[in-house]
Design a binder for this molecule. Structure first.
Ligand code: HEM
Length: 448
């Protein structure tokens, strides 16, 4: 799919599109409503269009075929590192998503060892230990805002399940460093000027760097069952492992990759279950039918929670935590007759794909049965639903995400009814992060 020399060099201006307002281009429109923006551009220019946002010219490719073209990247045309770098490069350098091609493959093979069945069973035990007391505390409060509560729970998982720390001063300092880093990655000012979020984020990274480095020697030889320890001991089939600095870089990235994604997807699920009490009851019945002795979810029963999985998938469709995925072309590429020059930022839009009514009838409706075989799961294009990406960079933590969401449901739904006022609707901010603008006030009513 490369150009022929006879045609001359590809030019960005030849791709249909516009630059929007002076300087800021379409940035505000994209932040306000990326789905509506995608729709407008598609109607005007077709499924391949040029735009200018976040201070960069870029080309968006819409539709399942486009998603497959970018994500499978059979021609090794797209750099993930160069696409993501302007957003998260300073804070999360050398994270897995910021590596490309052969180097990325070698690192991914090693890291995959930390996500095999054995380690996953260990993480599940930790989740089963850590989550119930936190849900109990929510129940004691009764009425509260769900988004900050689940964000705090995710933060607590970062120190316990991810790092294997006990609660105390150490985990509090780690918590702060991690919070500062995530806040910085969302900040508008990208330079680490004094007093900015970016400066705090970079200080947080420095703290984490030193903190993790000190722990590595003991963790390389420990039988603890957290993700950090597993990463310290991870080896590929040829016995290759990570250096200390690689462990640090990957660990910090992993934590970031997991944190807001799980937070926002579980928020959407709880929101929809609050509004659809029939679905809440279906999931409750499914969980009860497992007959869990001590209330804990065993690894072997994870796949029995099928309706719960459909509901989670539907939440990820409605509000995909990674709304778009950027790449940079490393050579000229051609897609559907459009020649895209080398060095162009190319993006796929998860949000637009997931609300496209030609694939998803009544796209704004919460309907988990879309993911059942009879609901179209088997016949739909396999790149129509891409919350976890696909191809070489497909989310390595997706099973962990399902696991954590299911553990939360197993410890929540049999004991509490999630209630929101009749007819309640919240507005979600989509960029840069999916987040309910009102924090999602809910009531948990104990089931007696
Ligand atoms: C609902 C939760 C999650 C969602 C929606 C999600 C989404 C994604 C997406 C879309 C990508 C690919 C981005 C791209 O190709 O540009 C990705 C990559 C990644 N995710 Fe997740 N993620 C989630 C949870 C997690 C968790 C829990 C972990 C770790 C425990 C994790 C670890 C990773 C890693 C390591 C990568 C990079 C893979 C690579 O570049 O090879 N993610 N995730």
């Amino acid at each position: 799919m490369t150009s022929t020399a006879a045609q001359g060099e590809a030019r960005l201006e030849d791709i249909p599109g516009e630059r929007g307002l002076p300087l800021i281009g379409h940035t505000l429109e994209v932040i306000k409503d990326p789905v509506a923006f995608g729709k407008r551009m598609r109607e005007k220019y077709g499924p391949v269009y040029r735009t200018h946002s976040f201070f960069r010219d870029s080309v968006t490719l819409l539709g399942p075929e486009a998603n497959e073209f970018i994500l499978m990247d059979r021609g090794k045309n797209f750099s993930s590192e160069k696409g993501w770098w302007p957003y998260i490069g300073k804070l999360f350098p050398r994270g897995l998503m910021l590596l490309d091609f052969e180097e990325h493959k070698a690192h991914r093979h090693i890291m995959a060892a930390a996500f095999k069945t054995g380690p996953m069973k260990g993480y599940l035990e930790r989740l089963n230990d850590e989550i119930p007391p936190r849900i109990k505390a929510w129940g004691e409060k009764g009425s509260f805002e769900f988004y900050p509560a689940i964000k705090q729970l995710s933060l607590d998982m970062a120190t316990t399940v991810f790092l294997g720390l006990e609660p105390g001063e150490e985990s509090r300092r780690v918590n702060k460093a991690l919070t500062d880093m995530v806040a910085a990655s969302m900040g508008i000012v990208r330079a680490p000027l004094p007093g900015t979020k970016m400066a705090k984020g970079i200080a947080g990274r420095r703290f984490m760097n030193d903190f993790l480095r000190k722990l590595i020697p003991e963790r390389r030889d420990s039988d603890l069952n957290d993700i950090f320890t597993r990463l310290c001991q991870a080896k590929d089939d040829d016995g290759n492992s990570f250096t200390d600095q690689e462990i640090i870089d990957h660990m910090i990235f992993l934590w970031m990759a997991a944190h807001d994604t799980i937070t926002s997807s579980v928020t959407t699920l709880v929101y929809e279950l609050g509004r659809h009490r029939d679905w809440q009851q279906k999931l409750r019945d499914e969980i009860r039918s497992l007959g869990l002795n001590d209330g804990r979810l065993p690894y072997e029963k994870m796949n029995d929670l099928q309706l719960t999985e459909y509901a989670f998938k539907e939440a990820l469709r409605l509000n995909p935590p990674v709304p778009a995925m950027p790449r940079e072309t490393v050579r000229e590429v051609e897609f559907q007759g459009h020649r895209i020059p080398k060095g162009t930022i190319v993006g796929l839009s998860t949000v637009s794909s997931h609300r496209d009514e030609s694939t998803w009838p009544d796209p704004d409706k919460f309907d988990p049965m879309r993911f059942s075989p009879e609901g179209g799961a088997k016949t739909r294009h396999r790149f129509a639903w891409v919350p976890f990406g696909g191809g070489a960079h497909m989310c390595l933590g997706l099973h962990f995400a399902y696991m954590q969401a299911k553990v939360i449901m197993v410890h929540l739904l049999p004991y509490y009814e999630i209630k929101v006022p009749e007819g309640y609707k919240t507005e979600f901010q989509i960029m840069p992060l999916i987040k309910p603008k009102d924090g999602l006030p809910i009531t948990l009513e104990a089931i007696v």
